[in-house]
Design a protein around this ligand. Structure first.
Ligand code: HEM
Length: 278
């Protein structure tokens, strides 16, 4: 079952041209939704104005070779390995969700466009990746939904309290892959197929209202953040000071006066205690 192309199996009932048109339509909805999102929120305008502001506040110039190195670092760290998540559970859950989604979408496209009717001739790799991707997304996504997301873990919200806009992305992702798996495991129950298509239409058609487009915006924001650290503008935030350094004592004489010449590093206040006062 997990080595059979599920789309080829239903090609006798739904012509491949219809399935291919649906996939193209979903792709166009994502592109259109992202462009409308950028226009509506003026996020591109904000991004470039903010980058200009940072340039003015820069204390050093970042060479183009250094900028290329920052692009590579952003790709290998923030994009490919979700390094922004300092909480390792959130990071692992995000990696499972992200790579699961990529495998699921990629194998869907290959099976629908390259092997639309090849029930017995689709290389087993593609259906395997399709099932594996959906399963990875479900593991990472349900873990996130039931245990990790901020309003549940830190604000004491119950798992079934839903904020339609904020939760539309994760819920439609989970519904798409859950119903896809149920459709495959049940060997083609049409109700599961209908729910699979309904959820995926909400996922790809709801880009304007959901968090879907973060997968395109976050890499740019992560790169810009690296630039502000390299050029010294630091988004107007204070620098990281070594409280035991003589230079820092000269600049802020009240540090040695109140804390001694070798103050203990107390770390980030936010990490001192996990939030549980709800
Ligand atoms: C296939 C691509 C991706 C998928 C399926 C995905 C999925 C998700 C999900 C489900 C969430 C939780 C959203 C929620 O709060 O409901 C999330 C959050 C997040 N993602 Fe992704 N993601 C993808 C790509 C990326 C990329 C490329 C980056 C960074 C370069 C990224 C960075 C983040 C960050 C920083 C958050 C936390 C946002 C916050 O808590 O405000 N994601 N992602």
């Amino acid at each position: 079952m997990i080595t059979t192309n599920p789309f080829a199996e239903i090609s006798a009932f739904i012509p491949p041209a219809i399935m291919q048109t649906y996939v193209i339509l979903m792709f166009l909805l994502v592109v259109g939704g992202t462009i409308l999102d950028v226009l509506h929120k003026k996020s591109a305008q904000y991004f470039f104005e903010n980058a200009e502001k940072a340039k003015k506040a820069a204390t050093t110039e970042v060479s183009s070779a250094a900028k290329k190195a920052l692009i590579v670092k952003t790709l290998t760290n923030e994009v490919l390995t979700s390094s922004e998540f300092s909480n390792q559970k959130r990071r692992l859950s995000h990696l499972l969700t992200m790579y699961g989604f990529i495998l699921f979408v990629l194998s869907t496209v290959v099976m629908i466009f390259a092997y639309p009717t090849a029930i017995n001739d689709t290389p087993a790799l593609w259906p395997l990746l399709w099932h594996l991707g959906a399963l990875m997304l479900c593991v990472g996504g349900y873990w996130f939904w039931f245990a990790i997301r901020v309003d549940l873990a830190s604000e004491g919200k119950l798992w079934y309290q839903i904020s339609p806009r904020a939760d539309m992305f994760i819920l439609s992702l989970l519904a798409t892959c859950t119903f896809a798996l149920l459709w495959s495991i049940s060997q083609g129950v049409w109700l599961f197929f209908a729910l699979f298509i309904l959820s995926s239409t909400i996922l790809f058609g709801g880009v304007l209202w959901s968090k879907f487009a973060h997968m395109f915006f976050k890499p740019a924001a992560a790169y810009q953040k690296r630039v502000t650290r390299a050029d010294g503008s630091r988004e107007n935030l204070p620098g990281d000071f070594d409280l035991a350094s003589a230079d820092v004592h000269a600049k802020f004489p009240d540090i040695p006066e109140y804390m001694g010449t070798n103050p203990e590093n107390m770390g980030l206040g936010i990490k001192r205690e996990a939030p549980h006062h709800y």
